[in-house]
Design a protein around this ligand. Structure first.
Ligand SMILES: *Cc1c(COP(=O)(O)O)cnc(C)c1O
Length: 396
């Protein structure tokens, strides 16, 4: 059986999204900046996509900037807020220890330019509180950036409350909503969000398209200089097929949100219930306030990479930590941020589901994972030391 369970890394492009994008390759292929009819037809499609997305996020089309994806949107949001802050002599930025590298590495670059970066701890469950944010804000704070939901452990942050605190204190609030868009309800007004990033390929759109929402009045700084596309804020000919597909995919995801959320979260809960039975295993994050499709575990005494390869040989595509760090020997910064010891963090498994998965596939995963974990443990000298009592277990 083939099971794709790595939807937090990327998703299959939906049939609706593919159908929506196809005409923009060979029929409506004009450049939206061209004045002729072919260009204007493309420009109309671009603006229609913008209106659709703005409607779903509850903002105005002018507040939407198309980007190449989540990473670019995160970079532009943070750099823009930093520039606004710098002009007012405010160089303190608050974020969290378990953000995506698109946020963390941008902050690191700003730190080298003299910004004071404060990463809030996320506790052993993987949450920041609005109170932590309130306590950290000073009169030098120019930005708070907290992800909507974590890509590795699936925890959903109290975004509306954090946004409310930021609004009260007059501090810009950005959220990396890449894992949330299309999966959780987003309303930038209700949730007090000033800036938000999303990426099409995480909700069954195509790769290479994303959105930066920035509330009216927030001056964006260009990351890419050149032509006057996107009101002069993001140069480069628009990726129209992917943008049209993104609008179609977001609309589809939004229409089916309630139905898909209950279907996918039931599979998630069944998977968690089954994997919890493996001795010396621990769920990362909590059962509540969890992304519908996210399952994340640490199994003591094994290497996540070996587990992945053996699962792959059984047709199961999963992930260990974040896709961006696989290939490096460092354990995931997210698992370290919730206090997992290095040794435990190495034995992680993330299964991320979508509405394309089936209950049969979940049963198949549950049949395959436990014997592979046992097999790997039998070969592990570390594990043998633990069961013989020579070394302590971290996970009881
Ligand atoms: C995937 C992801 C990104 C990066 O998005 P791209 O479109 O791949 O650049 C950023 N943040 C989070 C939380 C993600 O999951």
């Amino acid at each position: 059986m083939n099971v794709y369970a790595d939807n937090a890394a990327t998703t299959k492009t939906s049939k609706t999204a593919i159908a929506a994008m196809l005409p923009y390759f060979d029929e409506i292929y004009g450049n939206p900046s061209s004045l002729h009819t072919a260009g204007q037809r493309a420009a109309e499609a671009l603006e229609k996509a913008r209106e659709t997305i703005a409607g779903i996020l509850n903002c105005t089309p002018r507040e939407i900037t198309f980007t190449s994806g989540g990473s670019e949107a995160d970079n532009q949001a943070i750099v823009s807020a930093a520039k606004i802050g710098e002009r007012k002599g405010k160089k303190h930025i608050i974020s969290t220890a378990f953000e995506h590298h698109a946020v963390l590495h941008t902050l690191k670059a700003l730190q080298k330019q003299g910004f004071d970066i404060e990463l809030l701890p996320v506790g052993d469950k993987g949450f920041v509180t609005a109170q932590q944010v309130a306590d950290a804000i000073t009169d030098k704070t120019c930005l708070v950036s907290v992800m909507f939901a974590n890509n590795e452990i699936g925890t959903i942050q109290p975004i509306a409350e954090i946004g409310k605190i930021c609004r009260e204190k007059g501090v810009l609030f950005h959220t990396d909503a890449v894992q949330a868009a299309g999966h959780l309800h987003i309303d930038v007004q209700q949730q007090n969000i000033d800036m938000l990033s999303l990426s099409a390929h995480k909700f069954h759109g195509a790769k290479g398209a994303g959105v930066l929402y920035a509330r009216k009045g927030i001056a964006l700084t260009n990351i890419i200089e050149g032509g006057a596309q996107e009101r002069g804020k993001r140069a480069g000919t628009e990726n129209l097929p992917a943008i049209v597909a993104m609008a179609a995919a977001l609309k589809e995801a939004d229409d089916d949100l309630t139905k898909n959320s209950s279907y996918v979260s039931a599979m998630r809960d069944r998977l968690i219930e089954g994997l919890e039975k493996i001795p010396h295993s621990i769920l990362n994050g909590t059962k509540e306030n969890r992304l519908p499709g996210n399952v994340s575990f640490c199994f003591e005494g094994i290497e996540g990479e070996s587990l992945l390869l053996l699962l792959d040989s059984k047709g199961i595509s999963a992930s260990s930590g974040s896709a961006c760090t696989s290939g490096s020997l460092d354990p995931s910064h997210v698992l370290l941020s919730i206090g997992r010891p290095h040794e435990v963090a190495h034995g992680s498994l993330r299964l991320s589901l979508s509405s394309y998965n089936t209950p049969e596939q979940i049963e198949y995963i549950l049949e395959e994972v436990p014997p592979i974990v046992s097999y790997l443990r039998e070969m592990s000298p570390l594990w043998l030391d633990k069961i013989s009592g020579k070394k302590e277990f971290f996970i009881k």
